[in-house]
Design a protein around this ligand. Structure first.
Ligand code: BGC
Length: 384
């Protein structure tokens, strides 16, 4: 992380230096093609990220910026504070500044149509980053993870924690019944639906067989969804579930959570019962997650949160750089999926990366040995 931040600081210095040049680069990029064999330094790439409240997006933003700058491009990186109009304005400004390509991780995947129309009118290609931009034909490419599989992995980690599956993913014959509750992400994020679908396809057979039960009865994504993936909202919903469904002595065995921020809110709610709640008399339920955020990795290491999903944002950033470069050089970027991601108007050619389940016993090989987090960070739960 240190290295990342040091590079990010350099990047910032670069941008400041650039700003001092009075936007000459942006101006000249307007006629970029004419410059011929391409001094990449004249090309400006706008990178729009949703929020800095989650580590993963900071890591994504830094890694995309570093990668693009290393490849010789200028970068305008903006975070929108999870505010939809702010993201729209930031993208509008990138277009006005003469960006040559946009990399966008949308807050609300359906809210950027007018920006994408403007980008298309100015011949600016758009790469949808991690989250699919919907309802627009002007999405040139999508780089992401196999989001359905992420959902399968989340459910698999829950079933493993409950002892229904063994380490190899085989059914143990454990019949439960186990009581679980279900959380989903923000409904305006296309990914939330893929995670949910993958998870529910995996859990449903066990619900049908009576191995799993959802005592609240809240099994629709609309009931489980947490707007903008907010930790506090998840905490509140978990508190409400404990009051409405578990006050009378029903035990809660597991919680499907699709993102570490939500998981920490859920755990806070569960711990708030102070060990006196019958729901968690035997200890905390199995709680899943996603993103391998350092706070949650530390909780997994301590045996508080059970699992997370590691999506290596460095690889995603790298892939987005490869795609950006191909597009700007007039080549067709390599896709490995041309069927799955229909944005409502067209199927967007995609490059999908793979993810891994993080358990206590593979934190070291997966996250420390790969340099994603240091052992000290895992021990402290804080990014350095
Ligand atoms: C991303 C997840 C992330 C979530 C909340 C999703 O679109 O794919 O990795 O946990 O947003 O930020």
């Amino acid at each position: 992380m240190k290295k990342k931040y040091a590079l990010a600081a350099l990047g910032l210095a670069g941008i400041v230096a650039l700003a001092g040049c009075g936007g000459g680069g942006a101006g000249s990029s307007g006629g970029s093609g004419a410059e011929g064999s391409g001094d990449k330094g004249d090309l400006l790439i706008g990178v729009s990220m949703p929020t800095q409240t989650s580590e993963r997006w900071i890591a994504d933003g830094n890694a995309v910026q570093d990668g693009l700058e290393e490849a010789g491009y200028q970068v305008d990186l903006q975070y929108a504070g999870d505010d939809i109009p702010t993201q729209g304005q930031q993208i509008d400004q990138m277009i006005t500044k003469g960006a040559d390509l946009l990399v966008i991780a949308a807050i609300d995947g359906t809210a950027l149509s007018s920006q994408l129309d403007a980008a298309a009118a100015a011949n600016i290609p758009v790469i949808s980053y991690d989250r699919l931009i919907r309802d627009s034909e002007h999405v040139d490419f999508y780089v992401t993870f196999d989001n359905y599989k992420v959902g399968v992995q989340q459910a698999t980690s829950l079933l493993t924690g409950l002892g229904v599956l063994d380490e190899d993913g085989k059914e143990t014959g454990e019949k439960g019944p186990f009581n679980i509750e279900l959380f989903a992400g923000s409904l305006d994020d296309n990914n939330a639906h893929f995670f949910w679908q993958g998870a529910m396809d995996t859990l449903q057979p066990f619900i049908d067989d009576g191995v799993l039960a959802v005592p609240s009865g809240q099994t629709d994504i609309e009931q489980a969804a947490i707007l903008r993936w907010q930790q506090e909202t998840a905490q509140k919903r978990m508190e409400d579930l404990l009051t409405s469904t578990y006050a009378g002595g029903t035990k809660l065995d597991g919680v499907l959570s699709p993102y570490d921020g939500l998981s920490r809110g859920i755990i806070t709610a569960l711990q708030g019962t102070g060990g006196l709640g019958p729901a968690i008399a035997d200890g905390l339920p199995i709680v899943t997650g996603q993103d391998a955020e350092i706070g949650s990795v530390a909780l997994i290491d301590q045996g508080v949160q059970f699992a997370s999903i590691f999506k290596d944002t460095r690889k995603l950033a790298e892939q987005s750089v490869v795609v950006a470069q191909a597009i700007l050089e007039g080549e067709e970027p390599e896709a490995n999926d041309t069927e799955t991601y229909d944005n409502g108007v067209k199927v967007v050619p995609s490059y999908l990366l793979q993810s891994d389940i993080v358990y206590k016993d593979n934190i070291t090989p997966l996250l420390v040995d790969s340099g994603y987090w240091t052992q000290a960070e895992v021990d402290s739960g804080v990014a350095e």
